[in-house]
Design a protein around this ligand. Structure first.
Ligand SMILES: [Zn+2]
Length: 165
């Protein structure tokens, strides 16, 4: 489960005396946990639209998308807002003694995300990234976005969502 720290919140590792507690292993392995609540929620919504996906597939550069559609070659990632630097809930909102270090770390995560996405695209995959907060606020919209990509349909003319479908 991803913690979204507010102004008063501390990062999980801060409790044991500071940054040191976030060891390298946790940094490399721990930031993308499997089967988080947002992932499960999106899967259910995607499934409800009649799509069938594969889980636990490892693609290029050891990337493991949360859902994979091998036929149309679509890979879906559900990104935790904090770890992947969501514009609304990313580290820029974090205030605290380690703010700069968190920002650096999450900038690294974002770079890795971009690299993986570029490699997947080069290998013929289409990548859909869904923010954790999108899942929480509008999971059906997020699932429709996945469905459009899988089915090769164009994006709606008005993506602002002001129009009701
Ligand atoms: Zn967010």
């Amino acid at each position: 489960m991803t913690v979204v720290p507010g102004p008063e919140a501390r990062p999980p590792a801060d409790r044991s005396g500071g940054w040191v507690a976030t060891d390298k292993g946790a940094h490399l392995r721990g930031r993308r946990t499997r089967n988080t609540a947002p992932e499960m929620t999106l899967r259910r919504a995607v499934h409800a639209l009649g799509l069938r996906y594969r889980l636990g597939r490892t693609l290029v550069n050891r990337s493991r998308p949360d859902m994979v559609f091998p036929g149309p070659r679509v890979a879906v990632f559900v990104d935790g807002c904090f770890w992947h630097g969501c514009p609304q809930h990313g580290p820029s909102r974090f205030r605290g003694p380690n703010a700069e270090r968190w920002a650096t770390k999450i900038a690294g995560n974002k770079q890795r995300d971009q690299r993986v996405e570029a490699e997947l695209t080069a290998a013929g995959w289409r990548v859909v990234r869904v923010w954790e907060c999108e899942v929480r606020k509008a999971v059906t919209e997020a699932a429709r976005r996945v469905a459009r990509t899988v089915r090769g349909e164009p994006a709606p003319v008005d993506p602002s969502g002001s129009r009701t479908e």
